[in-house]
Design a binder for this molecule. Structure first.
Ligand code: ZN
Length: 296
């Protein structure tokens, strides 16, 4: 009897956990190559998804070298959301085709920071992310997309130029441009993001692209003096893509991904990409127009 009592509470908790898992959304994080600290950030991204209580998360890690890459064949169809923390060598054609089919058929996808540097010549991938940078991107990759403040609209600049740039890292403000979008609804119109690289001059097909939020990249911080897209959604077939340009990590630091603004928009973007809705509440520790907020 004593033993039963001792076991009963844990068993009850286990039963609850099991039933919660049965209702959870299955998500997959892809990593394995990145010029950023993917080993340090994947556990954080996984925890942020799990903290919502909505997701169970698996991780698929690619081989570290080209010779073994043909073995990389995750079963994307098992999931409702794929998160890329990957910036590296091409996946096998078969895996690319399976991933395209997954998103086209209604799967959710999130591109985090340097995931938008990946795969410059994979046409469908660039349609999914809308905009990307580096790895030879130029006007041939598509227009440079920025936000024109006075007209309050997105500009697609077809003039020749590089795709992807940033100045030294600094903290910067993020401004909402689509306050009615489920991911943005209820967030402050303007909030401070912790020290990060402010990606500018991103280029890509920019089809079915909605710019949810932008950040001003001042010239004196190595920027463009323009409002650059930070949070975006893209439609690809029946699939929903959430793209966050934020989240630099390296040198043992991942402060940009500890920013509550990064975390909360990632969590809301994940739910939206997977389901088309956002049921999460805005937490009390969300950053304000003049205050950065970090979590451990
Ligand atoms: Zn970076």
């Amino acid at each position: 009897m004593k033993l039963f009592r001792r076991l009963a509470a844990p068993l009850f908790v286990l039963a609850l956990a099991t039933s919660a898992h049965a209702a959870a959304i299955k998500a997959l994080i892809v990593d394995g190559q990145n010029n950023h600290d993917w080993k340090g950030t994947t556990p954080g991204l996984k925890k942020y998804l799990e903290d919502t209580g909505l997701f169970t998360v698996d991780v698929a890690t690619t081989p570290g070298n080209k010779d073994d890459m043909p073995t990389f064949k995750p079963d994307f169809k098992k999931y409702r959301l794929v998160v890329s923390n990957y910036n590296g060598q091409d996946w096998p054609k078969e895996t690319q085709a399976a991933f395209e089919e997954f998103v086209r058929a209604g799967g959710g996808f999130i591109s985090v920071h340097a995931a938008n540097n990946s795969f410059p010549s994979w046409a469908a991938y660039n349609q999914m992310i809308g905009l990307g940078g580096w790895n030879g991107r130029s006007e041939k990759s598509g227009p440079y997309v920025y936000w024109e403040e006075k007209a309050a609209k997105v500009v697609k600049d077809l003039a020749p130029g590089r795709g992807g740039s940033h100045g030294p890292q600094h903290a910067f403000a993020v401004e909402t441009r689509e306050p009615q979008h489920p991911i943005m609804a209820g967030l402050p119109a303007k909030w401070m993001h912790a020290q990060d690289e402010l990606y500018d001059r991103l280029r890509g097909p920019a089809e079915n692209l909605t710019v949810l939020a932008t950040s001003f990249a001042p010239k004196d911080k190595g920027g463009t003096d323009r409002h650059e897209p930070m949070l975006m959604t893209i439609g690809f077939g029946q699939g929903r893509v959430f793209h966050t340009a934020m989240g630099h990590a390296g040198g043992g630091k991942r402060v940009a991904q500890q920013c509550v603004g990064f975390i909360v928009t990632f969590q809301r973007g994940a739910e939206w990409a997977a389901t088309g809705k956002v049921t999460q509440k805005i937490p009390a520790d969300f950053p304000t127009a003049d205050q950065i907020r970090l979590r451990e």
